[in-house]
Ligand binder design. Structure first.
Ligand code: 2PG
Length: 229
């Protein structure tokens, strides 16, 4: 039996709009982002997709996108699980900086490497910033060892996959239809695994905001079909 997994990258955030590196900073959706998330819900409804479970990160922009997608597809009853493991990739000391200004300072090439290379880490948070981050209510229950100071896609993949294997895959294997509302890079990590994309080729994969991406999977969770609604 074909299994269905739908990924939705959160709608445009206030920092996507301001062109700032965001990562684990908990910014809100922009007006346009809310509209994108509602539209994702309408598209899901139109496609007749009904979910058994939904998963999102602990960051507001993804949670709101998940809620809007469920509300506008008429299925707010669906149980939602939240995990830090679905958070955006941590952008380290780049968080809060403007992407264009950073490219002027360090060069386009360096910024492209920080943004899209599989295994180059961006500069880390300072001790003081790391301490402040750890005190935030959404992270204070996490062991210090798992709160990053910076992540590349490789590290992101390594913390997303255990969640996929333990929480999402078992539901798919039970024949359930699952929604994951998360972030550009946590979803790129998941897509890399599902589509068996190489470390080099993953640099070229972009997932647009607010557009539901459907994977149809076989009994061993291999992708048989992939399409955007
Ligand atoms: O700033 C971020 O956290 C991400 C996603 O918006 O940016 P990038 O496109 O560089 O991965």
């Amino acid at each position: 039996m074909t299994k269905k997994l739908v990924l939705v990258r959160h709608g445009q955030s206030e920092w996507n709009l301001a062109n700032k590196f965001t990562g684990w900073v908990d910014v809100n959706l922009s007006q346009k982002g809310e509209e994108e998330a509602k539209e994702a819900g309408r598209k899901i409804k139109e496609a007749g997709i009904m979910f058994d479970h939904a998963h999102t990160s602990v960051l507001t922009r993804a949670i709101k996108t998940c809620n809007f997608a469920l509300e506008y597809s008429g299925q707010m009853f669906v149980p939602v699980e939240k995990s830090w493991r679905l958070n955006e990739r941590h952008y380290g000391a780049l968080q809060g900086l403007n992407k264009a200004e950073t490219a002027e300072k360090y060069g386009d090439e360096q910024v492209h490497i920080w943004r899209r290379s599989y295994d180059t880490l961006p500069p880390e948070l300072s001790d003081e910033e790391a301490k402040k981050q750890k005190e935030l209510p959404m992270f204070k229950h996490l062991p210090a060892d798992v709160v990053p100071r910076a992540e590349n896609l490789k590290v992101t993949l390594e913390r997303v996959l255990p969640y996929y294997f333990d929480h999402i895959a078992p539901q798919l294997l039970d024949g359930e239809t699952v929604l994951v509302a998360a972030h550009g890079n946590s979803l790129r990590a998941l897509a890399k695994h599902l589509e068996k994309i190489s470390d080099d080729d993953i640099m070229g994969l972009e997932i647009p905001t607010g557009q539901p991406l459907v994977y149809e999977l076989d009994d061993e969770l291999n992708v048989v079909k992939k399409y955007y609604l």
